[in-house]
Every structure is written in C-alpha cells, then in structure tokens.
Design a protein around this ligand. Structure first.
Ligand code: C5P
Length: 279
C-alpha cells in the first residue's frame, strides 16, 4: 500500500493524579504506583517522508527546545527504524515541567509513524529506553502505571473533570527531585478510584504525590502555585504533577476551571496556565 503523504498526531499533557514512590531498584530507578491521566491541552507532531531526517520546532513554547537528534522525537524515530522523515513539532506545553511534554511528543511521533508507514503500533514497553514516561503516553487514557513506568493497566475511566495546569516558569530537573527524596519506600495507592465525582475527589485527596515535598525543597517557587490553585472556588483537588513544577487543580465544571484560570492569570501574569478536560 502507498504510504499517506503525512500523518499528524496530538501529544496531550500527562498528569500524575497520584504518584506514589514505593521502592527503588538496584539500578537506581524508582518503583512507582501512579494514576496517570491526560488533558486536552496538546503539542502537535507531523511526520512526512523526506530525503533525510529533519526536525522543525515551532509554537509558543519552542524556545530552547532542541531541533536536532537530541530531541526525544528524533530518538523515537530512530528507535522505530523508520525511513527518513521530516518531523514538525509544534510546542504548546512547557518543557521539564512534570507534564510529560517530551515523552508525549515522542509517543505521538511513534503513533504518527505507524500510521504513515501503515505498520502496527509497537508494544508500549519497548519505548521504555526513551524515558520512563514514554510507554504510558503511547495510548493517552487514564491508567494505573507501576514498575518504573512499564506496567500499564486500565482503570475504566474517570469522572469528567476539568483540569487547570499552572506552572511558575521554572524548569525542574527530574533526577534532582528523585535525589532529594527522604523516603523511597512508601505505601502504594489505596486500590483504584471510585467512579462518582465527589467520591473520586475524596479518594484522590487521600492519595499523594511523594515527589511533592522533594520538589518543594529543590524549587520553593512551587509552593505559591499550590496555594493559588487551592484558593480557587470549586477546586476539588490541588497537587503537583510528576516531578514538577507544574501543579494542577481538578474542577467539576468547565466554567469553574476557566474562572480559576482567569483569576490566577490576573494575579500572576508570568505563569503558564491552561485549562482542559480530562481525556
Ligand atoms: O526515564 P526518564 O528520562 O524520564 O527519567 C529521568 C530521571 O528520573 C532518571 O534519570 C532517574 O533519575 C529518575 N527516575 C527514577 N525512577 C523512575 C523514573 C525516573 O528514578 N521510575
């Protein structure tokens, strides 16, 4: 079959609604138990056959993003062993921000290349060499993620929450946060979340992001972000995602999430703020 001329995929933001660190492997990687969800706020990747590999980065968050073989999208294409392609990456999501921007971009390129060349998607766990968060981004949906990121199991959907992401404009390197952990052997998640919204929020509030105290010690600018979200009417849960610095608020309505976004934007014009539905 002739390949289609190009393929485009959205690369949605990943949020860790919970992130429990339950142990550490001999190789230093940490064992996790995390409820991972995706938000309708996305980067965009397009791939098209080309004479040689190329990458162009555009969009409001393109500054500082490598447009060469250092970029995870390029590495993802190499891992797949694709014929040469030109990749266009449109950056909306901030980098090194705990919302899986680079990982989601890499997974989106894998999906796009599979469509372009009419090949089946690879197994998620084969993408682990690209980064612990890449496998979970291959099929963006709410899942429980365990192991170091390679064990992915469905949770059967979550209530239709709206999520407000807030980032104070500081990049937080993930290794530094794991290094600052005080306790590496913590209890796992308390089973799976209930389906009803209020019960789900109560369940989520009783879970944790174990990286939050460590990230706060590395980057104190995260504390006012959590406080700003927590003070918004209708905010049912406030938490940091991944290793930060992005934090999120969960809302039961789009109107409440939009009002919170506008209110924080007025007070903190320098922060990156984006609201969208859970996918
Ligand atoms: O795999 P990734 O490149 O996303 O990981 C970045 C860093 O985060 C690793 O070098 C490691 O220090 C830490 N990490 C970890 N355990 C995980 C995932 C990441 O210790 N499960």
């Amino acid at each position: 079959m002739e390949p289609t001329a190009k393929a485009t995929e959205a690369a949605p933001a990943k949020v860790n609604l919970t992130l429990h660190v339950t142990g550490r492997r001999a190789d230093g990687y940490h064992l996790l138990d995390s409820l991972v969800a995706f938000v309708g706020i996305s980067d965009k990747v397009t791939v098209a056959p080309a004479d040689r590999m190329a990458l162009a980065v555009s969009g409001p968050r393109a500054a500082g993003v490598p447009a060469d073989a250092r970029n995870l999208v390029w590495k993802a294409a190499e891992l797949l062993g694709t014929p040469p392609v030109a990749i266009a990456l449109e950056k909306t999501l901030p980098a090194a921000a705990g919302i899986g921007g680079g990982s989601s971009d890499a997974a989106a390129v894998v999906r796009a290349l599979s469509r372009l060349w009419d090949r089946p998607l690879p197994e998620a766990r084969t993408l682990l060499p690209l980064g612990a968060d890449v496998p979970v981004c291959l099929a963006p949906q709410s899942v429980r993620m365990q192991g170091v990121g390679e064990e992915i199991s469905p949770v059967g959907g979550l209530p239709p929450f709206w999520i407000l992401l807030a980032n104070p404009g500081v990049e937080v390197p993930t290794p530094a946060v794991f290094k600052a952990l005080v306790s590496r052997d913590n209890p796992p998640m308390d089973g799976l979340p209930p389906k009803e919204a209020a019960a789900c929020l109560a369940w989520l509030r009783a879970q944790r992001n174990d990286l939050e105290p460590a990230a706060l010690s590395v980057e104190p600018a995260i504390a006012p972000v959590l406080a700003a979200l927590a003070g918004q009417p209708g905010c049912g849960l406030t938490r940091m995602s991944g290793s930060g610095a992005t934090c999120f608020g969960l809302f039961e309505s789009e109107v409440a999430a939009a009002a919170a976004r506008a209110s924080i934007a007025r007070a903190e014009p320098g922060w990156w703020l984006a609201a969208g539905p859970l996918l």
